[in-house]
Design a protein around this ligand. Sequence first.
Ligand code: 13P
Length: 285
Amino acid sequence: MTLVKMKEILTHAKANGYGVGAFSVANLEMIMGAVRAAEELRSPLILQIAEVRLKHSPLSIIGPAMVAAATNASVPVAVHFDHGLTEEKIREALEIGFSSIMYDGSHHPLEKNITETKKMAAIAREYGATVEAEIGQVGGSEDGSVDLEMLITSTEQAVQFAADTEIDALAIAIGNAHGVYKGEPQLRFDRLQEINSEIEIPLVLHGGSGISETNFRQCISLGIRKINVATATFNNVVNMVNTEAPFKDYFSYHESVIAAAAENVKRHMEMFQSVGRVKEETLNV
Ligand code: 13P
């Protein structure tokens, strides 16, 4: 029984100076691949799905599968509702047993973002769940449907936001973007360092696909503890399935999807230095 709260995972990562991948999943095979990777590498794991993806993978179906996979895993797994936009879906995820939620009010002006985040955080607290929220605006959008302008997080606003909302983890915008980067991402390490020196809670980097190992390591050394990865897993699955086609039967295809998801998750876990952090079923002290 290793469904854990995200806060537990991030606290351990902060104390030991490493990052934890939050991997987006869209079906049973990706869930199985991510858990397989975490178990093989003895790494903590955050399994997540964003609200905009529910049109493909209904929460009432994929949510219980994610919670069951976490519960049966031999490593600590948090199940996270990514980019929550509506109270209805946030509540549904919490009812299903998600152990953390992100409320994304980054498109609102600061005051409204604070008010809405506090409201959603209060709901999550009823369930004992961990809360993540965002200030500034990560470029692109989670499902690529809109090309949001990138708004670098202001240190002053981040400090106010963290203090007023009392959330557990803060997603910031430092030049990161969802989807495929158009060129080499130009991350604002100066801003990250400044925010990290002013804020105690773990920081979150969205848009992990396409960032280099060197940049990941730099981010981790400057306080990033949770790193979201979606596109890289989806693309790895498509590429591997295309390479291995034609399949003789459905079940070799099924196994290929699991293997492709696991391969990408493992590659990122190595870069985030979360490998070997789990002893028996608990985090190494
Ligand atoms: P990528 O798709 O760029 O990896 O971003 C994932 C993400 O940040 C999900 O919230």
